[in-house]
Ligand binder design. Structure first.
Ligand code: UD1
Length: 418
């Protein structure tokens, strides 16, 4: 088993290019099957979740091949419409294949995505969007059987702007007859990226990035090449790491406007940040101060995925910082681990209050989920002594080389066998 060992106390200095966004790549990999042709995802990050998507695609009959840094998917030979439970459980976002398989095959069989690391993650909005387009969905003992040979464009209003439900509805709508209008759609940059990809394939999708997305279904689609946007959560992680440890880092490849709420919070905490298009520079002396309450909400609000890493950055800040988690019911499993390192955090329901402490101590801690795991590393970089972070498979789902990147910035960090 592998673990990360990090010794705190070193400032971070240098320059990095941030890899493409996991949350763009995954729905786009699902979307490749709509083309019935060859698509190439350029400079695709090698993440566990990307490998899991590749396995699903192979199971469906697609040819999936790494060509250097690019990932090629040829879906011309797609021959199945089911995803076995074993693959569904490997990755929570596997449900995004539902809309794409349905659009391509007229039917889909899969099970509920496994686990519940952030509290319940229902898929009722996904299913009701598909039902509105005429799909018949039967649920039986955790298995889903969907039929929709004749999907019809429809007006869909999401009761909340779910990212996954918006993506599933867009993908299914590409295979439906007529116009679909999705109201109260999620506005995340990754949805805009999915639209860009689908347009390159020949689809007619507009409005992504606003609350209303329109899809003219039934267009003939073809293969394309696409490079996804930079990962705003990976960028946020490195900014939080340098903010807390101190130093001077430059990040390339990510649009600073996609993480403006995170940048604003770090500026308020005392960091100097300058940004231009796809470059961000952060300078910090490592002595942060508490900031006004951080409330997570759908984009363009503060991202729930950056809550844990910002919290880790604020652990030694002078004063108090309140976090309110509004997107997921239970996204504070990292708190107990951070407290093992000496953090002072009070938790009540959706609210966590961090009182800055003068120092953190290295400890043995365990990743509870992907971003919570990254938060433990951010805490370790500013702790006295050695922190050993276990269960790092969570981190590998979303960071292609967290350890290597931080080591290149000067951190005393390594992966060890335990
Ligand atoms: C996506 C991201 C994830 C991020 C989240 C919120 C991907 C692969 N993952 O997850 O990293 O944390 O957005 O920004 O892009 N909900 C329902 N019913 C549904 C669907 C969602 O009640 O049918 C609820 C969820 O339980 C949650 C909220 O809506 O409380 C937001 O979830 P959603 O936006 O769907 O997140 P994901 O797409 O799963």
């Amino acid at each position: 088993m592998k673990a990360i060992e990090v010794e705190g106390g070193r400032q971070l200095r240098g320059e990095l290019t941030v890899h493409s966004a996991k949350n763009s790549v995954l729905p786009i990999l699902a979307a490749t099957i709509l083309s019935g042709d060859t698509c190439v995802i350029q400079r695709c990050p090698r993440l566990e979740d990307v490998e899991a998507s590749g396995e699903i695609l192979r199971h469906l009959g697609c040819r999936v091949q790494w060509q250097g840094e690019d990932l090629m998917v040829d879906s011309s030979g797609l021959s199945r419409w089911d995803i076995p439970d074993r693959l569904m459980r490997r990755m929570r976002s596997s449900v995004i294949f539902l809309g794409a398989i349905l659009a391509r095959c007229g039917m889909a069989e899969l099970s509920y995505p496994g686990g519940c690391e952030l509290g319940p993650r229902p898929i009722d909005l996904h299913l009701s969007a598909l039902r509105t387009m005429g799909a018949r969905v039967e649920e039986h003992c955790g298995a889903l059987a969907c039929r929709g040979e004749d999907l019809q464009g429809a007006e869909i209003t999401l009761s909340m702007p779910s990212v996954g439900a918006t993506e599933n509805a867009i993908l299914a709508a590409c295979g439906a007859r007529g116009t679909t209008v999705i109201a109260n759609a999620a506005r995340e940059p990754e949805i805009v990226d999915l639209q860009r990809f689908l347009r390159k394939m020949g689809a007619e999708v507009r409005g992504a990035g606003t609350a209303t997305v329109t899809v003219e279904g039934g267009r003939p689609l073809h293969g394309c090449r696409h490079r996804c946007i930079g990962d705003r959560i990976v960028a946020s992680t490195y900014l939080c790491a340098a903010a807390a440890a101190g130093g001077d880092i430059r990040l390339n490849g990510v649009d600073y406007r996609h993480l403006s709420t995170v940048i604003t919070a770090l500026q308020q905490a005392g960091c100097r940040i300058s940004s231009q298009d796809r470059r961000i520079r952060l300078i910090s002396d490592g002595k942060l101060r508490g900031i006004t309450p951080v409330r997570t909400s759908p984009y363009p609000g503060f991202p729930t995925d950056a809550q844990a890493v910002l919290m880790a950055a604020m652990l030694r800040a002078r004063g108090t910082t309140m976090f309110v988690e509004n997107v997921f019911q239970s996204r504070y499993r990292h708190v107990a681990e951070l407290m093992r390192m000496g953090a002072d955090i009070r938790l009540e329901g959706r609210v966590a209050v961090v009182c800055g402490v003068p120092k953190l101590c290295g400890a043995a801690v365990r990743c509870t989920d992907l971003r919570g795991g990254a938060a433990l590393v951010v805490a370790g970089l500013q702790a006295e002594g050695v922190t050993r972070v276990e269960a790092i498979h969570h981190i590998k789902r979303g960071y292609s080389d967290l350890v290597g990147d931080l080591a290149r910035l000067g951190a005393n960090i390594r992966e060890i066998e335990i």
